[in-house]
Design a protein around this ligand. Structure first.
Ligand code: MG
Ligand code: MG
Length: 278
């Protein structure tokens, strides 16, 4: 069953989404050489507390922090600690969320620490982010869930191959419905699977967290002994981008983007829905 939201409920989710956007802005500024991933978690905690929101990551299945910090070959679910100190040349993906009045937001981004990154790493992040936007642009009334998966996969497959061979679209994790819980039905694949059918129809009130994860090598992952940290099996570096998106009568509203996705969607020929809080 897919939870369909009213416009009032989407406005609440927008509030949560803006807290997530604020965590992104603050952690982005703090992700410099010499900062530990624990420091970044403290930055996130402060933003959440000051907003009067709560964390949906802290305590989730026993997760011990408010953000996931995934450095280099770590794909997702890295745990902040004192030992992981960012250094020049690192690539970090930060994933976090917030709850406002029971409604959830969830979003992630990839950032470059310091300078001197190889062009294929910069391109990897660009391709991953753009594939997310292609998926968001497919959040159209009358489309099916598979149309979002297809838009993400097609975007990635149409890019020039990296020097490492090809992009690995991570298959073990994907997007999800979001609302009164962080993870709800339906699961959203980042590729088209013939086994899965077309999925539900996208209608106003349908909310999805769209989150492609792409590596410079394999699509396969394994979980480390800490039971959380997900790495690529070949050690290739990866990128992760995510936004929470609501479909409305007037099109998609990117709940976790400061401008609701307006500028980026306009480039793709899509008009973002009006911001209910504006
Ligand atoms: Mg997330
Ligand atoms: Mg998510």
């Amino acid at each position: 069953m897919v939870q369909i939201k009213t416009p009032e409920q989407i406005a609440k989710m927008r509030e949560a989404g803006l807290v997530v956007a604020a965590i992104h802005a603050a952690t982005r500024e703090a992700a410099v050489p010499g900062t530990s991933t624990r420091d970044l978690d403290q930055v996130a905690r402060k933003v959440i507390a000051e907003a009067g929101a709560t964390s949906n990551f802290l305590g989730y299945g026993g997760f011990p922090a408010t953000i996931c910090t995934s450095v280099n070959e770590v794909v997702v679910h890295g745990i902040p600690d004192d030992e992981t100190v960012l250094k020049d040349g690192d690539v970090i993906s930060i994933d976090c969320g917030a709850i406002v009045d029971g409604w959830h937001g969830d979003a992630a981004y990839t950032a470059f620490v310091g300078t001197g990154h190889a062009p294929e790493l910069i391109e990897l992040s660009r391709v991953t982010e753009e594939s997310m936007w292609a998926g968001i642009a497919a959040m159209r009334n009358g489309n099916r869930l598979v149309d979002v998966s297809r838009a993400i996969e097609t975007y990635i497959r149409r890019q020039p191959r990296p020097a490492t061979g090809k992009y690995g679209i991570i298959e073990d994790y994907g997007g999800h419905g979001i609302g009164t819980e962080m993870h709800m039905d339906p699961h959203l694949l980042n590729y088209v699977s013939r086994k899965r059918g077309k999925g539900p129809k996208l209608v106003p009130g349908f909310c999805l967290a769209i989150e492609p994860m792409v590596s410079l090598g394999t699509a396969r992952t394994e979980v480390l002994e800490d039971q959380w940290t997900v790495i690529t099996t070949d050690g290739s570096w990866s990128s992760h981008w995510e936004h929470s998106v609501a479909l409305t009568e007037d099109g998609p509203l990117v709940l976790t983007a400061p401008d609701g996705g307006r500028a980026k969607l306009a480039q793709l020929g899509v008009t973002a829905a009006p911001d209910p809080l504006a």
